[in-house]
Design a protein around this ligand. Structure first.
Ligand code: PGA
Length: 251
């Protein structure tokens, strides 16, 4: 069945904080305190924290509206992969979520589209929800290659098949908007989200949630969330302040 984007019932919104390589035990404690104050609402919430702080997040977010997870995962199950962390280990720590293919991993660790898809599959095998990040660089955008880049990045993920794809989340994060204060306009983001929606739909996964990421803050979240194919946000810098992050969740 072909479902027209925008005509389907809205999916539960999802807002995920990506702490990146920030924090300390003391800083996290006050951030988690702030998050615990959230009364809950019609929105799924999670934070993806550095590995050493997973236990702190598990403890600090226990019995709250927040899930938690990691920012990367190995594509391998176990063994001689020094420094890597498996999906089973993340599940063991109580994670529900894991980012895969964040542009900073693709850029600094040369992760390929196929490795990202492998990581998504490894996460699914362990019962985690992978958040597959895609997005074009400024040069690619300027050259008019946005949709081609996103399609190339998604291809090996879509090849995992409908059962797998229906269990993941996609995050569109234009690299030029990450940490720059330069957000895509709601219409720019919507256009890419609609193309992603169509490709998900083509493998029978048109209901998958598609998050926008890149300089999302309390001031621009509502206009992004108003777009028919933007189902939430992946938030970096603004997730490091509880009040700002909760204002995005409430937008
Ligand atoms: P930003 O980061 O919100 O600081 O732009 C988003 C991300 O990289 O996930």
């Amino acid at each position: 069945m072909h479902i027209m984007p925008g005509l389907v019932a809205r999916k539960q919104r999802l807002v995920i904080g990506n702490w990146k390589m920030n924090g300390s035990l003391a800083q996290n404690a006050s951030l988690l305190d702030g998050l615990r104050a959230y009364p809950g609402g019609a929105c799924d919430l999670a934070v993806c924290v550095p590995y050493p702080y997973l236990a702190q997040a598990a403890y600090g977010l226990h019995n709250t509206a927040f899930g938690f997870g990691a920012q990367d995962v190995s594509q391998h199950d176990q063994g001689a992969y020094t420094g890597d962390v498996s999906a089973a280990m993340l599940a063991d720590m109580g994670c529900q979520w894991v980012l895969v293919g964040h542009s900073e991993r693709r850029q600094h660790h040369a992760e390929t589209d196929q490795q990202v898809a492998n990581k998504a599959q490894a996460a699914l095998n362990a019962g985690l929800t992978p958040v597959v990040c895609v997005g074009e660089t400024l040069a690619e955008q300027s050259a008019g290659h946005t949709l081609g880049v996103v399609a190339r990045q998604l291809a090996p993920v879509l090849a995992l098949g409908a059962d797998a794809v229906n269990q993941l989340v996609v995050a569109y994060e234009p690299v030029w908007a990450i940490g720059t204060g330069k957000t895509a306009t709601p219409q720019q983001a919507q256009d890419v989200h609609a193309a992603i929606r169509a490709s998900l739909d083509s493998v029978g996964a048109g209901q998958v949630r598609i998050l926008y990421g890149g300089s999302v803050n309390a001031g621009n979240a509502a206009s992004l969330f108003a777009m028919p194919d933007i189902d939430g946000a992946l938030v970096g810098g603004a997730s490091l302040q509880a009040s700002e992050f909760l204002a995005i969740a409430a937008a």
